[in-house]
Write a protein that binds this ligand. Structure first.
Ligand code: AN7
Length: 357
């Protein structure tokens, strides 16, 4: 017997805004439709009680990051176009997402990772979904160069954000923000690594404005990590560094389009320090019950910086994109908050003593 059910995933939901046809084989893991959650404590904690602050929890996508939005489309189109294998360079999340969707589609998946700089959870995912993992003695930028060179001479489809379908899929996050709020936010704060996601959101917001769904579009405020802030400095960075390994990128692929998004939206691409990133990361956990990965907290760190400098007025409606799940990087979580985990005797009296009851 044939079962009918409501199809999940963002391609079904936003089909009319995406480059698909009835013939496109949809490869989905139920991505998209992530929560937009209002901050209740942080505005007061920061001394801006009139700030309306929302977090877009992209870590609740099926592989735990926003990459799934682009990957459902990139892999669906790869299947439609007859690909047999896909490849990506990755700081971790792209590889996890590519591996999952490729596996579902029956494609081979190769991932090139910067050796020693991929968070544990992301590596575990790529292994678990069955990708062929190659760790290189080089950083992400070198890995992406190699992927481009390989793709020119071998029949593999690149699923990094230089694949045009990636950003088209990712722009759906902007649609969701508008649908949740019932309007566009005044400001969108977002981490910037390879600079694809900021462009994708801008495309989405621009399209909704063009269609008359919103009256305006938000200002785009993107944040690189200070040790990897190529766009802010205006030149590629040879040896990028940051605690946010996801955005440890020194030569962003979508550089020009990101600068254009900044200009067109009257926004600002800026840098935040690792200390600012970690302070925001901890605040999200301790004040809002949100566990994102360190790179994601660059959006809140940047918002705080721009509130303090006056660039973002204190009564604004702001959405911070939290791009990846905190569970991806258990090492950093354990490092930044030191707790005593030595065991106590399993009896009531010692327990009461430890609990100060
Ligand atoms: C959690 O996975 O580049 O500016 O190879 O994983 O669109 O690159 C990840 C990027 C922000 C930056 N937050 O987004 C990769 C990769 C998280 C990320 C970014 C990434 P882009």
């Amino acid at each position: 017997m044939q079962t009918t059910y409501k199809k999940s995933g963002l391609i079904e939901k936003y089909r009319q805004h995406l480059p698909v046809t009835a013939a496109t084989p949809v490869v989905t893991l139920g991505e998209g439709n992530t929560p937009l959650v209002q901050a209740v404590n942080i505005p007061k904690l920061l001394g801006y009680p009139n700030l309306e602050l929302f977090f877009k929890l992209e870590g609740l996508n099926p592989t735990g990051s926003f990459k799934d939005r682009g990957m459902t489309l990139a892999i669906s189109k790869a299947v439609e176009e007859g690909a047999k294998a896909v490849i990506c360079a990755s700081t971790g999340n792209t590889s996890a997402s590519a591996a999952a969707f490729a596996t579902k589609a029956g494609l081979r998946c190769y991932v090139l990772l910067p050796h020693g700089y991929v968070a544990l959870g992301k590596l575990a995912q790529a292994i678990h979904y069955g990708a062929q993992i190659i760790a290189i003695k080089g950083n992400f930028d070198r890995a992406l160069d190699l992927v481009r060179e390989l793709a020119a001479v071998t029949p593999v489809t690149v699923v990094n954000s230089i694949n045009p379908y990636r950003l088209e899929g990712q722009k759906t996050a902007a649609f969701e923000v508008v649908e949740h709020l019932g309007r566009q936010p005044d400001y969108l704060c977002i981490p910037v690594g390879n600079a694809g996601n900021i462009c994708a959101y801008w495309r989405g917001f621009k399209l909704y404005r063009e269609l008359g769904i919103t009256s305006d579009a938000p200002r785009m405020h993107g944040f690189e990590a200070e040790g990897s802030a190529a766009i802010v400095r205006g030149e590629p960075i040879k040896n990028p560094e940051t605690i946010g390994t996801a955005i440890r990128i020194g030569n962003p692929a979508s550089w020009q389009e990101a600068v254009q998004a900044q200009q067109e939206s009257n926004g600002k691409i800026d840098a935040v320090t690792d200390d600012e990133i970690l302070a925001a990361y901890k605040m999200l956990g301790s004040a809002e019950g949100i566990f994102c990965e360190p790179s994601s907290a660059a959006s809140l760190a940047g918002l705080i910086k721009h509130l303090k400098s006056g660039l973002i007025p204190p009564h604004s409606l702001v959405t911070c994109v939290l791009t990846g799940n905190g569970l991806k990087d258990p090492d950093t979580a354990q490092k930044v908050t030191v707790v005593d985990l030595s065991p106590v005797e399993a009896d009531l009296a010692p327990l009461k003593k430890v609990m100060a009851l």
